[in-house]
Write a protein of this length. Structure first.
Ligand SMILES: *[C@@H]1O[C@H](CO)[C@@H](O)[C@H](O)[C@H]1NC(C)=O
Ligand SMILES: *[C@@H]1O[C@H](CO)[C@@H](O)[C@H](O)[C@H]1NC(C)=O
Ligand SMILES: *[C@@H]1O[C@H](CO)[C@@H](O)[C@H](O)[C@H]1NC(C)=O
Ligand SMILES: *[C@@H]1O[C@H](CO)[C@@H](O)[C@H](O)[C@H]1NC(C)=O
Ligand SMILES: *[C@@H]1O[C@H](CO)[C@@H](O)[C@H](O)[C@H]1NC(C)=O
Length: 647
């Protein structure tokens, strides 16, 4: 962990003058166990809150999104601190007058890579995450020793907006059930934040979850529907009713239909919750975007797309939706709605088609992409062993013998995490994919180069499969032979793209066996200028990928995330205006992993003014809906699947 990418300097905070210091001495926040409500400054208090993850919304738009939440009548926002993201800015909410319910981790789930835990924790392979494992606790103690003291001035009683702090997250759904660990966190949080702070836990609404997730002294709250409050009462016979995650929508996975939860159902349930005087947090109020490589995954392995729209009241791009106005109306029955105007939906602009040109294949550009050169190893090494935690690594070896007949290249232990793009002497052969395809037939002469570009598609964010190693995590065989003597190239793609990747020229080979399906993974580039003479440009936009298959895209060095229109349901990617420039052309870089439309004719990507995250590309609809994943909670599946008429 000492080689971790943790850079304390990157934490940015608002200046202290946002704190309400004069009145700090009169400010208090606590729980009245006799009367079953929270006490704020000594008076009964109930909060109506919404989730926003600051790591999923460009900093440029934080204020716009928070104002929209304020105008919906919310008292508070709830946010996670993704330990592996390392950036936090709580002052802004105070300026706008929203309270903050802080979910400080260390584990957050959240459909976020490894549930927010840093991958470097896996350097000791046998580490038991989220338990009293000594290496794990040492890392937690170090991180919380940085984070929590910075949060302390922002506690409500100290003049800041933070009324409550969550310890861990849905711990009752985790196998470890380690009370010593929860007690340790409780002590650590009190040590840094003081004894007055209201600490809480959140768990799925069943006795089973609360058994391992709740601890005396940590206020136990639940996720879900109104009936779930009965379960909360099992753990907290007195005190305010709290639903910490009332789901306004639901998450997506690549290859599954986009989740939609009807507005009237959500509005009706919210009304029921509020009419009981309960506290509620709407998860999500705005979902946002999994930029770069930040998405997580569930088991059996299925990763989440770039959009985290969530069918929430504010769209991925912060747009006001029918759901927003419906929930605002419900909230208006209980809270005074602010009279200021609601910030409008930001305009979107269709910049049109941009012609793309090929720069070269990953193999051709290897010298630039892997400045450190290869690491040699008899057996394959994982990303963590290479100390490269995200993105792509190229694994190269040679054919140990002549394979003139199609010979199976396969991963007996399903150890390709998560997708490998296979080429022989630069000619693409096919793809191995975790949990889906463990074997392809290849041919080649003894000594031919066998390249496998391995993509980390996002670490499992939930459950016992959190220890999610990436790369080739077990040996591969070619026919009867175990492949050895690897040259492993860590790829520093993001910084190379940031500095400008140059063309290597030369025509690449196309697939021998199946020319139409695959091309070797390659980089493409294009530029476009913001039109002049039109007011208020640049504006937000969406990118469409006509004829492209799967890959990663950057604009001006900003990693927008993964695209995979052939698998869906997400077809366009959100581009926030703050990454675009008007003063000079904007640079686009695409890494296409499978097949681009760039052949003899010109090929392009296209900027459009409407999102498409709802493509219906899938047969066997009912079967896919009923996919029985280990999601962050059990009950939501029941509710949502019922809503969709699954049973
Ligand atoms: C592979 O086949 C070539 C002929 O195509 C032959 O010259 C070579 O000796 C063979 N190598 C091995 C290791 O069998
Ligand atoms: C691989 O080739 C063998 C015959 O050599 C064939 O039986 C098998 O179906 C092929 N597998 C794939 C995945 O193409
Ligand atoms: C590959 O196999 C060798 C020999 O059996 C073993 O020592 C090694 O741990 C294996 N490597 C991986 C990554 O599974
Ligand atoms: C685009 O790339 C060119 C050439 O590398 C560079 O000079 C320019 O600064 C880049 N533009 C932006 C907006 O990053
Ligand atoms: C997604 O598609 C379904 C079916 O066509 C439609 O009912 C739903 O409104 C769409 N949702 C969004 C967010 O576009």
């Amino acid at each position: 962990p000492l080689s971790s990418p943790w850079i304390p300097g990157r934490l940015k905070f608002m200046p202290g003058n946002l704190l309400d210091t004069q009145t700090a001495s009169q400010r208090s926040f606590g729980i009245d166990y006799d009367k079953n409500y929270f006490l704020k400054d000594g008076k009964p208090f109930r909060y109506i809150s919404g989730s926003i993850h600051y790591s999923r919304v460009p900093r440029y738009y934080w204020k716009d999104r928070l104002l929209k939440m304020k105008m919906a009548g919310l008292d508070a926002i709830q946010t996670y601190v993704p330990w592996n993201y390392h950036e936090f800015k709580p002052g802004l909410a105070n300026e706008i007058g929203l309270l903050v319910i802080l979910r400080a981790g260390p584990y957050i789930c959240a459909e976020w890579d490894m549930g927010g835990l840093p991958a470097w924790l896996l350097e000791r392979e046998s580490i038991i995450l989220r338990s009293s494992d000594l290496d794990y606790l040492a890392a937690v103690e170090r991180w919380m020793g940085v984070l929590l003291p910075k949060m302390k001035p922002y506690l409500y009683q100290n003049g800041g907006p933070v009324i409550m702090v969550q310890v861990e997250n849905e711990y009752g759904s985790y196998f470890a059930c380690d009370y010593d660990y929860l007690r340790y966190l409780q002590k650590l949080f009190h040590h840094h934040l003081g004894d007055e702070v209201v600490l809480f836990t959140t768990d799925g609404a069943s006795k089973h979850y609360l058994r391992c997730g709740a601890l005396q002294g940590l206020y136990a709250t639940v996720d879900f529907a109104p009936a779930a409050f009965l379960t909360q009462r099992g753990s907290e016979p007195r005190g305010p009713l709290v639903n910490s995650e009332f789901y306004t929508g639901w998450l997506d996975h690549w290859g599954h239909p986009h989740s939609v939860v009807p507005t009237n159902t959500i509005a009706k349930t919210l009304d029921e919750i509020l009419s009981r005087g309960a506290n509620v947090n709407m998860y999500m109020f705005i979902g946002g975007t999994n930029f770069a490589y930040w998405n997580g995954a569930n088991m059996p392995y299925a990763s989440q797309p770039t959009s985290y729209d969530y069918d929430a009241p504010l769209s991925e791009a912060g747009d006001l939706t029918d759901k927003y106005f419906a929930l605002r109306e419900v909230i208006g029955r209980y809270n005074h709605l602010p009279e200021d105007p609601i910030p409008p939906t930001t305009p979107k602009y269709a910049y049109g088609r941009v012609t793309m040109e090929k720069l070269g294949t990953v193999a051709e550009l290897l010298g630039d992409l892997s400045p450190s050169g290869p690491i040699r190893s008899i057996y394959p090494l994982t990303f963590v062993q290479l100390q490269q935690y995200f993105g792509f690594v190229l694994y190269r070896t040679t054919f140990p013998k002549n394979c003139s007949e199609p010979t199976p290249l396969f991963s007996p232990l399903n150890g390709v995490h998560d997708r490998a793009y296979v080429s022989v002497d630069g000619v693409p052969q096919g793809i191995l994919e975790r949990g889906k395809s463990n074997m392809i037939n290849i041919t080649g002469k003894a000594g031919a180069n066998l390249d496998m570009l391995v993509e980390n598609m996002g670490r499992v964010n939930y459950g016992r499969y959190n220890n999610d190693f990436k790369g080739l995590v077990s040996n591969l065989s070619l026919g009867q032979v175990t492949l050895i003597d690897w040259e492993i190239y860590p790829l520093d793609i993001d910084s190379v793209v940031g500095h400008g990747l140059n063309s290597k020229g030369g025509e690449s080979k196309t697939s021998g066996g199946n020319p139409s399906r695959y091309a070797a993974p390659a980089f493409y580039t294009g530029r476009f200028s913001i039109p002049s003479g039109i007011p208020d440009l640049p504006q937000d936009t969406y990118i469409k990928f006509p004829g492209w298959t799967k890959g990663q895209i950057w604009i001006n060095g900003f990693n927008l995330g993964r695209y995979w229109p052939v698998r869906g349901p997400q077809v366009t990617l959100f581009v926030p205006s703050n990454i675009l420039v008007s003063s000079s052309p904007n640079n686009i870089t695409v890494l296409e992993l499978e097949q681009s439309p760039c052949g003899i004719q010109k090929c392009a990507i296209e900027f459009v003014d409407k999102p498409d995250i709802n493509a219906t590309l899938f047969p066997g609809r009912a079967q896919l809906f009923c996919f029985w994943y280990h999601l962050c909670s059990f009950h939501v599946r029941v509710i949502l699947l019922t809503l969709r008429g699954c049973f």
